[in-house]
Every structure is written in C-alpha cells, then in structure tokens.
Design a protein around this ligand. Structure first.
Ligand SMILES: NC(=O)c1ccc[n+]([C@@H]2O[C@H](COP(=O)([O-])OP(=O)(O)OC[C@H]3O[C@@H](n4cnc5c(N)ncnc54)[C@H](OP(=O)(O)O)[C@@H]3O)[C@@H](O)[C@H]2O)c1
Length: 340
C-alpha cells in the first residue's frame, strides 16, 4: 500500500496547551496525520478548545481519551513534570507518543518512558520541530560529511521574555525553569551537533525562586576535549542562535522551530581562511510541526530512517545533561558529572 493510500494516523492531544494550537494547525493540512480529539481536565475548556482549533472530538479527562480505541497516537504537551507520567500511561494504553521537549526531568525518567514504550510495543519520541526542518537535517548531514572539519566547540543560546508569573514555566512542581524549558533547545542542538553527551558540566544561574532558574549559562566538557557553551533565559529579547566552530570551518544556525514567515538561516564557512566565503544553505522550508508529525507517522509505520528528530539515545543524553546543569547551578557552578 502506498503512503498516500494509508489512512492518516489519528492523534489525541493531552491538555488544551498553547503549543498544541500550533501543533494542531501544523498537522491540519497533512494527509499522513490527523487530530482525532483533544482532552482537557475541564470538559468545558476542552469543548471550547476543540471548537477554536477545529477538532471534532473532545474529552473531559485525559483518561477518557486514552481509553478511546480510535486514538492511535498521543501528542503530550503537558507541563514538563507531567511528560513522564502521562507518556507512560499513554504507552500502557497502547498509544504511540510524541512528547513535547524536554522529554523528561532526568535520564532516569527518560529510561522509564522508553522502557514503557518498548514493553507496550509503541513508539515514543521527543518533539523538537526545529529538528524536522530541512535546515537542521542539512546541518546534521554537513557535520557528518566533515564540512567544518572536527568540531572544537559549540555555542548555542536561546532567550525570550516571560512576564506572566502564573506561567507553568515558573512552577517548580511542574518542572519549571529556563534550562528545562528553553535550555532544552541549545542542549539538544549541542547533542546533535557533537553526537555524544558531555562528560561533565558547570553552570551558573540566576533564580526566579527555589529550584527555578530564569537565566542559566553552562559549560559542557567532553571526554575528547571538545567544549560547548549553552545559554538560556526567560528575561531577554527573543533570540535563538548557534555556532559550531570546527578546525576547518564554521557553521551558524538560528535553529528556528518553524517558519512563521521568517527566513531559514544556515550559514557555512568552509576552511580556515578569514576570506573564506560564507555560503547560505537553503534547503527550502516547511512547518516544523507538520514535518515532525509526518516524520513520526513514517517511523510508527516502520520507516525508521524517515525520523528526523531526536533518537532515543539523544533524548536520554539531553535529559541527563539538563539534569546535570541544574545540579551544578544549585551548587554555584561546581563541576558535575553527566550520567545517562
Ligand atoms: N516544541 C516547541 O516549540 C514548544 C514550544 C512551547 C512549549 N513547548 C513545550 O510544551 C509544553 C507545554 O507548554 P505550553 O506553553 O503550551 O503550556 P500551557 O499553555 O501552560 O499548557 C499546558 C497544559 O497542560 C495542562 N495541565 C495539566 N496539568 C496542569 C497543571 N497542574 N497546571 C497547568 N496546566 C496543566 C493544561 O491543560 P488542561 O487544563 O486543558 O488539561 C494546560 O493547558 C511544555 O513542556 C513546553 O516545554 C514546546
């Protein structure tokens, strides 16, 4: 059966989350994925969310949606501390799971989630729409081809301004904090650029409250001598930028989530010379949420090579690295081992 003659994979959405609006809109034009229903803890909220987003079904509890045999896959955009428990429950209900970043609060949780997926014969992956975009696919390919030589260091930074004190990102019980939320992007970028986890990290942070960092700067030290720096903030102008400096070239990217009308940005300077020209790599674009969902559907249907996002090993390393950065920041920058 050809891909287009397969019925679309039916997703259920856990929670009326802001990001779910973008996921639902991104998936809408897809022939491979469809949003079957949305679940909210509050039936009235679920109903109005379904109406606003044009989704046919709504459920008054997460349990009700997981019990629906017509739901084949679950998109989990719950607050960070609920990623593990609800992804595990979804897997136990026999649903494939596309879970928002950060997949887990630490490597232990990440392993438990993948174990649950394996035990129930379903697929679990962490959602990073920027990884599904052609520019990131091209970045991975260029680095693997040695376009910048051997990477010596990576710098990756992200920031935006978060004003509302009621935002879930400020709640320690819900896995709040800049490094868990925003920092998962630069940490993930470093992981996919360098292909392994750091051996140890050191991080200094400024805190919003106990256990919730609002700005964090971290150094990642790799066993082979490679270095990386990550920065993230809830109190800065909006930016997202990464630089991968190799011994024979430099690559720069904005690792944007999805287009939002803006240009893709991936610049490559090959060679060591200051006069080396800077090439703009233009691989076209697309909505990261649609590309990610379609790549996930192909993976679920057995085409492992079609998955462009984080692998299981990458997600475990990202969780382990973020956890180590948090533990280091709590001890004012003390070197902390990363254990996956
Ligand atoms: N990939 C990306 O580009 C991207 C971008 C932004 C955010 N994210 C990730 O997506 C997730 C959600 O972010 P968001 O900004 O969309 O969050 P949000 O708007 O605050 O939504 C979170 C939803 O979780 C549900 N929920 C369940 N228990 C809750 C509790 N105790 N407190 C608050 N809400 C609870 C609520 O839905 P009901 O009340 O309807 O049950 C709520 O609408 C986070 O993990 C974040 O890191 C990813």
């Amino acid at each position: 059966m050809s891909e287009s003659s397969n019925p679309a994979l039916r997703f259920g959405v856990l929670g009326a989350a802001n990001i779910a609006r973008q996921f639902i809109a991104g998936v809408a034009p897809s022939a491979l994925a469809a949003i079957h229903g949305v679940a909210s803890r509050d039936a009235t909220k679920g109903e109005s969310f379904a109406r606003e987003t044009g989704v046919a079904r709504h459920y008054g509890s997460y349990e009700e949606m997981l019990a629906d045999p017509e739901v084949e896959a679950v998109y989990n955009p719950l607050p960070n501390s609920l990623h593990a428990p609800w992804s595990i429950r979804a897997a136990e209900a026999g649903k494939h799971v596309l879970c928002e970043k950060p997949l887990a609060l630490d490597a232990h949780e990440a392993h438990a989630m993948f174990d649950a997926a394996r035990a129930n014969g379903v697929v679990l992956r962490e959602a990073y729409p920027y990884m599904a975009q052609p520019q990131t696919v091209a970045m991975r390919r260029l680095l693997a081809e040695g376009a910048v030589g051997r990477p010596q260091y990576v710098q990756a930074t992200i920031g935006f301004s978060l004003a509302d004190p009621a935002n879930v990102r400020f709640d320690p019980a819900l896995g709040g904090g800049a490094v868990l939320d925003a920092g998962s992007y630069p940490v993930s970028l470093v992981r996919i650029a360098l292909g392994r986890a750091p051996a140890r990290v050191s991080a200094v942070a400024r805190f919003h409250g106990p256990g919730v960092d609002r700005t964090l700067l971290g150094t990642l030290d790799f066993a082979d001598g490679t270095l990386a720096q990550v920065a993230c903030s809830f109190r800065s102008g909006n930016h997202r930028h990464a630089l991968i400096a190799g011994d024979d070239g430099v690559l720069e990217t904005t690792f944007m989530n999805h287009l939002r009308g803006g240009p893709l940005h991936l610049q490559l300077k090959r060679g060591k010379a200051s006069t080396a020209p800077s090439e703009t790599i233009d691989e076209g674009g697309g909505d990261g949420f649609q590309l990610e969902a379609e790549s996930f559907v192909r993976l679920v249907r057995g085409d492992a090579a079609a998955w462009t996002g984080a692998t299981e090993a990458e997600s475990v390393d990202i969780a382990a690295t973020i956890d180590a950065l948090r533990r280091s920041a709590a001890r004012d920058g003390a070197w902390t081992e990363v254990s996956g």
